[in-house]
Design a protein around this ligand. Sequence first.
Ligand SMILES: Cc1cc2nc3c(=O)[nH]c(=O)nc-3n(C[C@H](O)[C@H](O)[C@H](O)COP(=O)(O)OP(=O)(O)OC[C@H]3O[C@@H](n4cnc5c(N)ncnc54)[C@H](O)[C@@H]3O)c2cc1C
Length: 174
Amino acid sequence: MSNLTIDSIKKRSFDAIVIGSGISGGWSAKELTGKGLKTLLLERGPNVEHIKDYPTTNMNPWEFEHGGQITKEMRDANPVASRCYAFTESAAHFFVKDAEHPYIQEKPFDWIRGYQVGGKSLMWRWGTQRWSQYDFDGPARDGFAVEWPITYAELAPGTVMWRFLRVFPATKMA
Ligand SMILES: Cc1cc2nc3c(=O)[nH]c(=O)nc-3n(C[C@H](O)[C@H](O)[C@H](O)COP(=O)(O)OP(=O)(O)OC[C@H]3O[C@@H](n4cnc5c(N)ncnc54)[C@H](O)[C@@H]3O)c2cc1C
C-alpha cells in the first residue's frame, strides 16, 4: 500500500463493489456496469478460461482413470461434496473439497461450493425453472427465509415492468 496517493485512491474508488462472480454476482455486476456504475467485481477463486480450462469436456468415460467415477478414497475424504450427483471424476476439479473449507453443521446442510470465476454456473445443470406466484409466496406460506419483495405479476411477460425492461435495456437506463 506504499503507493496510496490521492490519484490512486481515486482509481481505487468504485460506485459499487460486488463480491463473488457466480450467477448472482456476475449478473449484478453486469446490471451495475450497464447502468454506468464503476463496478469492482472481487472473486476469490481462479479465472476459468473458456475451452482451455475445460480439460474433461471432450473426454469419453473410458479415458478417465476411474471411468468417470470418483474413488472410495475421494468419497471418504469428501462426505459432503460427494453427496452431489455431479461430483464425478470429470467435474470434481470445480468443487470445493470438504477439507479445503470445513464448516460447522448445526443441522445437516450439504454446502456445495465452487470457487472460481463463474462460481457454480460452471457446475449447474442448465435447468431454468419458470416460477409462478406460488413460488414467490413460498417463504411467507411455509415460514422460511425472507419474503420476496416482488411478485410474479410484476415480472411476468406482457406486464408493465417486463415491457419497461425490454424497451429500456440496462445499458440505456444509466
Ligand atoms: C451440480 C449442481 C447443479 C445445479 N443445477 C441447477 C439447475 O439445473 N438449475 C438451477 O436453477 N440451479 C442449479 N444449481 C444451483 C445453482 O447452480 C446455484 O444456485 C447458483 O449457481 C448459485 O449462484 P450464486 O452466484 O448465488 O453462488 P455461487 O455460484 O456459489 O457464487 C459465489 C461466488 O462467490 C465467490 N466467493 C465466495 N466467497 C468469496 C469471498 N470471500 N471473496 C470473493 N469471492 C468469494 C465464489 O468463488 C463464487 O464464485 C445447481 C448447483 C449444482 C452444484
